[in-house]
Design a protein around this ligand. Structure first.
Ligand code: NAD
Ligand code: MG
Length: 286
């Protein structure tokens, strides 16, 4: 292992916050340069307060899009930091706190995003949850299952169904999958199953919505330095996080966001639907 690529030992409790991470992730604050790929677009990024979602919100805003972000109520501080970054790009940022495991809340998030922004062109189903602090299937509790399946799958259905009242010709849905869909870890077996399901759902949604001119794709990130990791992985996994990839290191949220921009924009992806784009540091996504 290259010691330069190691992270200091650290732990948080879910959902985790950006400010308690050492080092704080790079969301592209200082580096992302837009080129008018999403001018005037209205977008919703679930889990847009932190991590990959924050990097996507920044990139979308710098491409010219207004952004609504949903997040858990206890993540208000992170959400406000994302909002400031979106506003600094000259775009609107609507804050939508709420727990997506609740059906009414999940549907309301999509309807309010469209209502407050004046329409909806891009939905990013990014909110997600995992728990890796266990060693056997015997340790997977019903509470774990409820949290993982409801956050990663039920919410994706509910938010997507409600968003489809607003998405029209030329719009796009992008789901956040994972390398776990292809190379599952035993400690993440329930989470990995939801990510395989998300790939499968992506293909079916693309087939159903293609005739309406709506494209549906997924991004499959590898190990990315976000609050989810210190909040859900055991400490010994944090210190070597990402070093098992061909590139030998974890990725930053800023390195994932351009894949979402690519799939969201008709400039770059007008004929791309039903696919999964890997951003994995070299791990295979097939
Ligand atoms: P993150 O913790 O920054 O973002 C996850 C977000 O999900 C949280 O900020 C939270 O707002 C939201 N969320 C979780 N449970 C919720 C609930 N019940 N209601 C509403 N919102 C809820 O971590 P991240 O790594 O950026 O995660 C974003 C997505 O990326 C997830 O779907 C995750 O599975 C996926 N992903 C992450 C990695 C990685 O290594 N970090 C790798 C592959 C895929
Ligand atoms: Mg968060």
């Amino acid at each position: 292992m290259n010691q330069d690529n190691a992270f200091p030992a650290q732990q948080q409790e879910p959902p985790g916050t950006t400010g308690r991470m050492n080092p704080e992730p790079d969301h592209g604050e200082a580096s992302y340069v837009g080129s008018e790929k999403l001018v005037g677009y209205k977008t919703l990024v679930t889990g847009g307060d932190s991590g990959i979602g924050r990097a996507v919100a920044i990139a979308f805003a710098r491409e010219g899009a207004d952004v609504a972000i949903s997040y858990l109520p206890e993540e208000e501080l992170d959400a406000r930091a994302t909002q400031e970054l979106v506003q600094a790009a000259g775009r609107r940022c609507v804050l939508l706190p709420g727990d997506l495991r609740d059906e009414a809340t999940a549907r309301e998030v999509a309807h309010r995003a469209a209502g407050d922004l004046g329409g909806l062109d891009v939905l990013v189903n990014n909110a997600g949850y995992q728990m890796a602090r266990r060693e056997s299937v015997a340790e997977v509790t019903t509470a774990d299952l409820d949290r993982v399946l409801k956050t990663n799958l039920y919410a994706l259905f509910w938010v997507t169904q409600a968003a489809l009242d607003h998405l029209g010709e030329g719009s796009a849905i992008i789901n956040n999958s994972s390398i776990q869909a292809y190379q599952p870890s035993t400690s993440l077996l329930d989470y990995a199953a939801t990510k395989a399901a998300i790939n499968n759902i992506t293909v079916n949604l693309a087939a159903e919505l293609g005739p309406r001119g709506i494209r549906v794709n997924a991004v499959a990130p590898g190990p990315i330095w976000t609050p989810l990791q210190p909040a859900t992985q055991p400490e010994e996994k944090i210190t070597v996080f990402g070093t098992d990839t061909p590139l030998g290191r974890a990725g930053q949220p800023a390195e994932v966001a351009p894949a979402f921009v690519y799939l969201a924009s008709p400039v770059t992806a007008s004929y791309v639907s039903g696919t999964v784009l890997g951003v994995t540091g070299g791990k295979p996504v097939f």
